[in-house]
Design a protein around this ligand. Sequence first.
Ligand code: HPA
Length: 266
Amino acid sequence: MYSLSAELDEAYNVITNRYNVAPDIALTLGSGLGFLADEIHQAHVIPYAEIPNFPQSTVEGHAGRLVFGDLEGKSLVIAQGRQHHYEGYSLDEVTFATRLFHRMGVDSLLVTNAAGCANPKFTPGEFMTITNHFPMVQTMLPPPYDNVASENVWNTSLAVQLRNLAADENVVLREGTYAWVTGPSYETKAEVQYIRNRGGDAIGMSTVPEAVAAASLGLDVLGISCFTNYATGLSDTTLSHEEVSATAESVKHNFAVLVRVALTLF
Ligand code: HPA
């Protein structure tokens, strides 16, 4: 069960013995979006491999390190790379970093991801603030992390404020529902149709376990999806990791603008 406090303490002690840090906000960077951590000046960096009990990132495009530093005058811990359920990690492991952030005293989580676009009114290259989600997987977080209804996970008042700020910056920010799939393969056309019929706007393989765990621990959670591609069946091209990475690369500037304005909200 979730008797992981000893593991968390061990990880926490190694970090705080190395650096005297007390971040206020955690930022999780999704596939192809990790570059933002490199913009932190005078950052303290700790590879996941040097933190006891911390699960490693095995996916290409996920650097696998914690970066501590300031951005927009806020003290941050950045997860440059995350763990996915499809990598073989349990939900305990997928949410380890989130629970460690809580152990550090962080009270807000800004969580980002690359996602497929299931809503034909939206376009790859745009962003979406997540206001609800549904899991397409049967695996749910057990107690005590099941104490929060899906519509209460996302801080929708922050999401509304972020939309206004994004408009001021001329960045297209949609609002919608994120459907969590296990992956690692992309969906079939029929699955995308099913998700769309149930109101899914974005489809991705991450974020929901971390967001649910964070909200159940009392953190304010704001989520940003970057639409990197049309979900299967919404376009003629065959979906690939290269397309996801190429789109993420092309919208770097707007992503950095969005994260910076989002941080001013906390
Ligand atoms: N489906 C699931 N996850 C994704 C996608 C997608 O189309 N694009 C990026 N992550």
